[in-house]
Ligand binder design. Sequence first.
Ligand SMILES: *Cc1c(COP(=O)(O)O)cnc(C)c1O
Length: 417
Amino acid sequence: MSEPVTQPPAADPAAGRQDAAALDGRAAALDAQDPLAAVRDRFDLVTGEVYLDGNSLGPPTTRIMERLSDVVGREWGRMGIRSWDGSGWWTAPERIGDRIGALVGAAPGQVVVGDSTSVNVFKALVAAVRMAPDGRDEILVDAATFPTDGYIAESAARMTGCTLRAVPAGGIGAAAGERTAVALVNHVDYRSGRLHDLPAVTAALHAAGALAVWDLCHSAGALPVALDADGVDLAVGCTYKYLNGGPGSPAYLYVRGALQPRFDSPLPGWNSHADPFGMAPAYAPAEGALRGRVGTPEILSLLALDSALDAWDGVEVGDVRAKSLALTDFFLECVGALVPPGRVESVTPLAHAERGSQVSLRCQDAGEVMRALIARGVVGDHRRPDVLRFGFTPLYTRFADALHAARVLADILEGTP
Ligand SMILES: *Cc1c(COP(=O)(O)O)cnc(C)c1O
């Protein structure tokens, strides 16, 4: 599904120039009113560059180097092994999990950080099948899912004796039947930027007696998520996109409090044991969210993430959502006004209720166009075959950046037939 970007009616060059000046004024006014404007200073950004790839890899915060040098130099270098207790390393996965929980509507004690999103998808799906009533032997997966979720779901289905069925996210609630154990759905489609209706899909899955596992990779940190209020069973997400934890920073797993006693991990490592240092031959699970842990936590990247989350101090997710929609609206408007007609088409829904925090434009020669954009300091990415992706991260992206990106895109597309 795609929707044409609004184009001005006629190409009167004088009107175009007026538009251009008016857009500068609008960008300046929007930036001047932005309640999040000062948060940009918390990030270490490249001067002169417009970074629109925070939905793939968020930039570092200004404080992360200092924190990491303390972790390496003092906590590891001087305190050594004593830091597992003395510096709070051992409990960091739950403590940092609670900080992420605050951003996704989860009360404390339900989120644990560790491993990759891929691994957490595996834990969540297999545990969900193990919790499902007898006779339920089907897993549903979002047909447009980020590929790793689909690969893992296929293996989880094979291992648990389930069949796997791919269904478009919007219809996944209606597709669930009496054999469905669980459905795995992406909250925001990574390619198109489409936002799915988490409360409605979750309610439909529950009505069919199935569990809901949500992948929040493209929504957490970009828009409000209400895991507790919406009755989500399990959720996973990564921390290196909108949460700026750094390349490969560990992912998180949410297990609804009421389900934790039945959460039977397919990866019961010693870190989730009730008495890890008892070193007992037999496994006995700990209580609570830490049942989702496996092995020794990734302390360096975990503590980098902890520091990165300070960028959220005093930030309301509601303000982030409002700015994200205003930024993507403004970018679409600038593209409509500046880019030669017919050269791009938005695959991101125009309806706010269906939009995540990115704009995906279908464009011929998208790979080359993105290379040209990056060469001119506008960093987005390209998804094959023909999609230009621009992530709008409200903590550090300005309206002037959106306008600049549209202008450079228009220049590039004017220069090519
Ligand atoms: C980014 C992303 C992932 C990444 O998984 P990793 O295990 O961190 O590589 C998974 N799922 C979705 C929906 C994503 O957007």
